[in-house]
Write a protein that binds this ligand. Structure first.
Ligand code: IVH
Length: 694
């Protein structure tokens, strides 16, 4: 390294310096702005090192746009995380008119309203962007966050501050705390202009406005976001310190008054017919709107109804998205490959001649299962109609029979695993074939690991699918516990990661840091991460809230293998757990290897205890209640949802564990049994007065 300072640098050095600056800036752009690095970290580090050498020797050369002068361009951890005070929900989807009738039906049923009664519904465009929560304290914007997994998002305040549509302060009669939720999006014309500019400077061109908006918000450098044509629509509230309206429409007016742009037109509808005619109008207007929409959203207007309806898993009962029909295109089916899932499910996947469907290039589509292929008579070499709806996996709708090749043959689904060659079996009542290779099947093992590190499980950044496969194939990571000993082993390794292709000091450091951040984990994530069949995110949460510690959970699941045991009965009493789910959990813990893998993992990971699901200190928290008979005012669904929201467990049958039975008209055997067992019995009115005010 040269330390000698010269007044005038050699022209060759000047040239090299300029080239380095340009090159590094290009790499920074690909890495930070497009999440798509084009050189290995090692090569990048070498370029940076050379640049710094030159700058030390020739300080007079250091230009303002040198990568070394950029502040905050290289944060190693990306964005800070944010806990949402009120979860950010998503919406369930409707595609057909009947789904809307059903939606109305469910609302009436839950609210126990008479058949054919009117319910006011606000209908509005569903904007295709990304959701964002804006938090105002005393009228000042203090925080902007992405949805993330709904509970934890990313802090994108600095970037959102640059969006002109977003009010930075709001005045008038504003609650002390106000969270406004809405969508960040790009207008179509502005998106096109952005792409033209991107193309001109040789930068990434975005596939559609949604990607453009997402890519621009997830900029680590706010100056880049600022230069992008981002906009915001407000459509809902998160945490608020006081009610601002009594209806959804009232919220919209308030938001509008405070300066939040609204997606127009909106309509207040009374019947399913009104709603559907709004849908048809929007379908027609869609091409003329300045921004992309992928459907419309319906929301129950009365907020007291919204409150009563609450939500299931991740979506409110009081709203639904009515999607526009999927876009379609015709292409050639080149091949059918079989993917092996983490539970051994063999899923046929279509490999297609790449084609653009609704602005996105599609080269694969799911074929679901053997029967589906047979039913649609799909053959390799066929011209097929492919459709893509929103973020749903592309599907094959049908075959263009006129174009079928004369020599094409029926597709033969082989009943064996394409990876480990184990026999495949199809259980009764199931449509899928499953590989029986279990623990010896590398495909299943890899998928289990991918699930383990995925966003709703351990959420380990930097351990993507490709890297998991690579680590598995090399024997570096064979089971979850290996992830947590990777750094130790890497230190002693003769071929440490940082010396490998595609890795550099920075990426290795980041990986180990993100693994370290997950050495402590919540019980619900831990249970979900185990990848037990049928245990999704919601059920994992129910189990965590029931058993509270992993030790208790594990003990109970082992005990529950005896179907006569109390442990088994208790498991069946957990919300969402029926005999089939119970069988899968019990089977998981009955397997020696699983038990060992879990114990190994616990050597490296601390599982935090969960909190029982108890909202405040309601008199029914922790109690097991049974509803029976026809209740005079409450629908069964509402009664159950309310009891659960107060921390009670709602069981389907009366046993020694039952604390309360709420009996309506025509209560039968459950009431008799409750009397026999001496369980407290309430009328609906008594129940309502017991929980009044909670
Ligand atoms: S309301 C609790 N309204 O669609 C209800 N969402 O597919 C929360 N979206 O996560 C959502 N336009 O990001 C609502 N007018 C609209 C919307 C909208 C777009 C997005 C939103 C949501 C996603 C669900």
């Amino acid at each position: 390294m040269s330390h000698q300072h010269s007044m005038f640098a050699d022209p060759k050095i000047v040239q090299e310096y300029k080239k380095l600056v340009a090159e590094i800036r290009q790499h920074d752009e690909s890495y930070y702005q497009e999440d798509a690095p084009i050189v290995s970290d090692a090569d990048y580090d070498a370029l940076r090192k050379r640049l710094e050498e030159i700058e030390r020797a020739h300080p007079e050369l250091v230009s303002k746009d040198s990568p070394t002068q950029k502040v905050g361009a290289v944060p190693s951890k990306g964005f800070k995380t944010v806990q949402h005070a009120v979860p950010m929900l998503s919406l369930s989807n409707a595609f057909e008119d009947q789904d809307i009738e059903d939606f109305y039906g469910r609302l009436r049923n839950f609210l126990k309203l008479p058949e054919a009664s009117e319910i006011e519904i606000v209908a509005e465009p569903k904007i295709d962007g990304l959701s964002c929560s804006l938090r105002y304290e005393r009228g000042q914007l203090v925080l902007a966050a992405t949805r993330g997994d709904g509970t934890t998002g990313e802090d994108i305040t600095a970037n959102v501050m640059t969006i002109q549509d977003v009010p930075k302060t709001i005045s008038g009669n504003v609650p002390e705390i106000l969270e406004v939720r809405g969508e960040i999006y790009m207008r179509r014309d502005e998106f096109m202009k952005l792409n033209e500019e991107q193309e001109k400077i040789g930068s990434k061109v975005f596939a559609n406005p949604r990607n453009g908006a997402a890519g621009s918000v997830r900029q680590l450098n706010p100056a880049v976001s600022a230069a992008r044509p981002l906009r915001f629509f407000g459509y809902a509230l998160g945490e608020v310190s006081e009610q601002i309206a009594e209806t959804q429409d009232g919220i919209r007016r308030k938001l509008k008054g405070w300066g939040f742009a609204q997606a127009e037109p909106q309509a207040v509808c009374k019947t399913a017919d009104d709603v559907l005619s709004y849908y048809r109008t929007m379908e027609e207007e869609r091409p003329d709107l300045p921004y992309d929409i992928d459907g419309v959203v319906y929301k129950v207007n009365r907020l007291d109804y919204q409150e009563r309806l609450g939500f299931v898993a991740r979506a409110p009962r009081w709203a639904i998205a009515h999607k526009f029909p999927a876009e379609k295109a015709v292409t050639i089916l080149k091949d059918i490959i079989i993917q092996v899932g983490r539970t051994g499910a063999l899923t046929p996947v279509a490999e297609l001649e790449p084609i653009t469907v609704g602005g996105v290039v599609v080269s694969r589509a799911t074929l679901h299962n053997e029967d589906e292929i047979a039913r649609k008579d799909i053959r390799i070499g066929d011209h097929v109609v492919v459709q893509r709806a929103g973020d749903v996996i592309p599907q094959i709708v049908s075959v263009v029979m006129d174009k079928r090749l004369k020599d094409s043959k029926d597709y033969e689904f082989r009943h064996e695993c394409p990876i480990c060659r184990s026999r495949a079996v199809r259980e009764e009542g199931e449509a899928v074939w499953r590989c029986t290779g279990g623990l010896i099947c590398p495909a299943q093992a890899k998928e289990r690991l991918k699930h383990f590190v995925s966003r709703l499980a351990f959420d380990i950044e930097g351990l993507g699918s490709k890297i998991i496969e690579e680590f598995y194939d090399e024997g570096l990571v064979k089971n979850p516990a290996d992830i947590f000993t990777l750094e130790e082993r890497d230190k002693k390794s003769l071929t440490p990661l940082r010396k490998r292709d595609g890795w550099g000091d920075l990426s290795v450091k980041n990986l180990f840091e993100s693994i370290d951040r997950r050495r402590t984990i919540s019980l619900n994530r831990f249970i979900y991460a185990l990848g037990i069949r049928q245990i999704g995110e919601a059920t994992a949460k129910r189990l965590a809230e029931t058993y509270l510690s992993f030790g208790e959970f594990r003990k109970a699941m082992i005990a529950a293998s005896d179907m006569e045991s109390e442990a088994y009965q208790n498991l069946l009493n957990v919300q969402d757990v029926g005999a089939s789910v119970a069988a899968d959990v019990v089977a998981f813990f009955a397997e020696d290897h699983n038990r060992r893998a879990v114990l190994d993992l616990l050597e490296h990971v601390t599982v935090e205890d969960a909190q029982p699901r108890m909202i405040g200190n309601s008199p029914v928290a922790g109690k097991t209640v049974v509803f029976t008979g026809t209740l005079p005012t409450l629908s069964r669904n509402e009664a159950k949802a309310k009891a659960e929201s107060l921390g009670a467990k709602v069981a389907g049958s009366v046993s020694g564990k039952t604390d309360l039975v709420i009996a309506g008209e025509d209560a039968g055997s459950k009431l008799t049994k409750a009397k026999e067992l001496g369980v407290a019995i309430l009328t609906e009115a008594e129940w309502l007065s017991l929980i009044d005010g909670y």
